[in-house]
Design a protein around this ligand. Structure first.
Ligand code: XMP
Length: 317
């Protein structure tokens, strides 16, 4: 019978057997899956696991620094790479959601490839692929494969010529969390909401600029911070703020303002395939709205998304 501890024990033994003294490269995203995969591999092969954590400039506020710090605390051999400008340059002027996703995917591969060349004699690419990702990538008719080009799976460029090792590819998400818990991983990482690979780029409708990213990071941090403070974070499956490409009239003191609109999105879901909008308390929404409008320069209106999936998607792009 399956227990997290027995899974860890047998997987670590298999990984040692399979990898020997080979070096493995693994890209960390800050999410549950890649973090658990990294800690398992680290337990098996120690410093022969070389982790790469890329700052694409599209993460949540302060997330790169905080997560890098906790990876180091866990003893992982991790290199943080500041590639913000490369991503912003590639995104400049792009407004089409799929074009933005493709540009981000392409630059990620380039940056990751550059970094992986720094690790001499690497033989393997470690990935945090979980069982549903395996299913989704083989069923070509899967809605997210056709509607949006997810790039978590199959993002391996041919020229890297590395063999793939995926220690979590038989597990479901809840099992990954249990394994992570038995490995002693920070609950802040394990219970983190899903976050899309293209990050805030698909939550800024229209073109991306560092200024828009900074505005959205502030609004998002207020929303997520208050969800945690009020004990609502674990009750929603995913949440975030979306920066809309419209301005609206407002009034601040005696001044007329003409500034941006932010939409808040929070959903309940089991696997992201279907989702219902979270019925967050009005008082809570009022608090978030006031905080954002008072504290984030450039935003004068906040709206709440009350669309379910289907027919809407969770993300707006
Ligand atoms: P949608 O918007 O399709 O999102 O209802 C379902 C789940 O997938 C995430 N998502 C992505 N994840 N790359 C990712 O890694 C993407 O391009 C992408 N698009 C959507 C979304 O955040 C939600 O959890």
């Amino acid at each position: 019978n399956w227990t997290p501890a027995s899974f860890v024990e047998s997987t670590v033994a298999e990984l040692r057997e399979k990898l020997g003294t080979d070096k493995v490269i693994l890209g960390l995203s800050g999410g549950v899956d890649s973090s658990v995969a990294a800690v398992l591999l680290h337990k098996a092969i120690g410093q022969n696991l070389h982790c790469i954590f890329v700052d694409n400039g599209l993460l949540r506020k302060d997330e790169f620094e905080q997560v890098l710090h906790s990876y180091k605390d866990m003893g992982l051999n991790v290199k943080g790479v500041d590639a913000k400008q490369r991503f912003y340059d590639a995104l400049a002027g792009l407004t089409d959601p799929e074009a933005k996703r493709k540009a981000i995917g392409r630059v990620f591969v380039e940056v990751f490839d550059d970094e992986s060349h720094q690790v001499t004699d690497a033989r393997w690419l470690g990935q945090g692929t979980i069982y549903p990702d395996v299913i989704e990538s083989v069923s070509v008719k899967g809605p997210s494969a056709t509607i949006k080009s997810h790039h978590n799976v199959g993002g391996l460029p041919d020229y890297m010529k590395l063999k793939v090792v995926e220690p979590l590819n038989t597990l479901f998400k809840d099992e990954v969390r249990l394994v992570g818990k038995s490995l002693g991983i920070d609950p802040n990482i394990l219970n983190r909401h899903p976050f899309p690979g293209p990050g805030l780029a698909i939550r800024i409708l229209g073109d991306i600029t560092p200024e828009k990213v900074a505005i959205l990071q502030e609004a998002d941090a207020i929303f997520i911070g208050l969800l945690k403070e009020k004990g609502l974070y674990d009750k929603v499956w995913q949440a975030g703020a979306i920066l809309l490409p419209v301005q609206s009239v407002g009034v601040m003191g005696d001044e007329r303002t003409y500034e941006r609109v932010v939409a808040l999105r929070a959903v309940t879901s089991v696997d992201g395939m279907t989702a219902d909008w979270s019925h967050l308390p009005y008082e809570f929404l009022a608090l978030v709205s006031n905080e954002i409008i008072n504290k984030v320069k450039g935003i004068n209106r906040v709206v709440y998304d009350i669309s379910s999936k289907p027919p809407a998607t969770i993300e707006w792009e």
